[in-house]
Design a protein around this ligand. Sequence first.
Ligand SMILES: [Fe+2]
Length: 236
Amino acid sequence: MVLARTAASKRCSNPSEMPRPCPKGVSPRQADRMLDAGAEVLTLGNHSFDRREICAYLDDCPYILRPANLHPSLPGRGFGVFETKIGQVGVVNLLGRCNLDFRPDNPFRVIDKVLKELDGLPVLLDFHAEATSEKLAMAYYLDGKISAQWGTHTHVQTADEQILPKGTGYLTDLGMTGPVHSVIGVKPEQSIANFRGELTSRYETAPGPCMLAGAVFTIDAKTGRCTAAERVALRD
Ligand SMILES: [Fe+2]
């Protein structure tokens, strides 16, 4: 038997008591806040279009990039030229293909075309990818052709900052800016439940102290070569 209920009776919980979900991707408001805080350029990855409201923003704002090897019909742009203290610098965002099922074009082919368009400018590349091998292979492919490449996506900072033989700065993964006591940002108990095969609620951002992870690459303005590569990891 199915009992008819009024619309009001279908609500089983008070929305104000619902946990805050942990949506993926970036919203226009969040992007604006990061740019207002001093970010020069934002780069994205496999969650670029998870929030559809970002699409118009990607078309309108020149300071945010989505992977260049996604289909050209998608909103936004994958690389840009930005004014800096050392003059114009090209910034590129690419998406890896190992264990990331988004069917991007081959990043090793796409970067050739992008570098032709950037025409000899110093270039910085954010390669958003899962596999360390793919990131390293890209770095050696581009060694001497770009100023620096770093990886993102794994949320765990690697300890391999270096300058490659022909002068390109490199770090396999910058790591995460987010809650320290978390599984890549999510409450650990939810991630554990997921891996145990249990029903899980929508992921929520873990509470507690936060960290900021990244890297600083020093570039020689005359040669475009990297002269220093440093990891950054700050905790509350
Ligand atoms: Fe990612």
